[in-house]
Design a protein. Structure first.
Length: 296
């Protein structure tokens, strides 16, 4: 009898229509203490993760190669040709990078005098280091020794000398290496005047034979690096030869590289790097060609 009453009750419940009452979403959900802590922890992790993502998202990189001609630079650059080297005093060409640290590339006695009497005086005249400066020499002996002498004269710490390992090596003159400067310099000047892509003859000793265009690539990489690393500073770029500096100056001004010799620097001489907004005579663009079929 009891089982019959239970069955009847179950059947009655099954015949009840489903509830149409909407759920009350305003009724607070009751969590246990453990559940509440778990819910709070998950929320904090999600919020903190989103905040950290915004905080540490890297900004787009701004570094890039400079475009020439350049109408502005964020640093002041002084082009310095190192004092005369021993090999130059002997009228001998030595541009193989292997010999950069050779004593044959060290400052000669005359080279040391040039740095002390001419370079230092010229830098003082343009107030190059009145507010501090950085010395950026090639690792070639005469360049680095020029930087050391200038640092000593200015009382600048050695931490302000930053050696450059490759971008301002002396221009590689290939098969001309070992020749006489008085002869080789004329041949190089004639070749450069014919084409910015002219190269000295190849070498069997591993000495590079670089065109003016190739030297400019190195110079642009150096200037791009300095523009990225410094802001509002004065940087002395100290090169073992003139071609690095004259080609860089022509490139910054947007002048035909065949005329870079117009910016030639003798040992120990300096020049402030000019940008293309400065008014100047652009006559180097009109260069007579000694052999028209080969010029371009």
């Amino acid at each position: 009898m009891k089982s019959m009453r239970i069955a009847t009750s179950i059947q009655a419940r099954s015949r009840e229509p489903p509830s149409t009452q909407s759920p009350n979403y305003n009724t607070p959900t009751v969590y246990s203490r453990r559940g509440a802590n778990l819910h709070l922890g998950i929320s904090l992790i999600a919020t903190t993760g989103a905040s950290l993502t915004q905080l540490y998202s890297p900004s787009p990189a701004q570094a890039s190669l400079l475009r020439f001609p350049a109408d502005s630079l964020q640093n002041r650059y002084i082009l310095v040709r190192a004092g005369e080297s021993e090999s130059e005093s002997e009228n001998r060409v030595l541009t193989n990078p292997v010999a950069k640290t050779s004593m044959s590339n060290a400052l000669s006695e005359n080279g040391r005098r040039q740095v002390i009497r001419e370079t230092f005086a010229a830098l003082n005249e343009i107030k190059a280091c009145d507010n501090g400066c950085w010395l950026w020499p090639s690792m070639t002996q005469n360049s680095y020794q020029t930087a050391e002498l200038l640092a000593s004269l200015y009382g600048i710490g050695i931490n302000r000398i930053v050696p450059e390992f490759s971008k301002i090596d002396a221009r590689g003159l290939g098969g001309f290496d070992g020749g006489r400067w008085s002869v080789v310099s004329e041949e190089v000047a004639a070749g450069d005047a014919s084409s910015a892509d002219w190269k000295p003859p190849a070498s069997t000793t591993g000495t590079p034979n670089e065109s003016a265009t190739e030297v400019l690539v190195r110079g642009r990489e150096l200037l791009s690096l300095l523009e990225t690393q410094f802001f509002g500073e004065t940087v002395l770029i100290i090169s073992p030869d003139s071609d690095n500096l004259s080609i860089l100056q022509a490139g910054v001004l947007g002048i035909d590289l065949r005329g870079h010799k117009n910016f030639e620097l003798l040992p120990g001489r300096v020049r402030q790097l000019e940008v293309s907004t400065l008014e100047r005579d652009d006559s180097p663009r009109q260069i007579p060609c000694p052999n028209p079929p080969q010029c371009r």
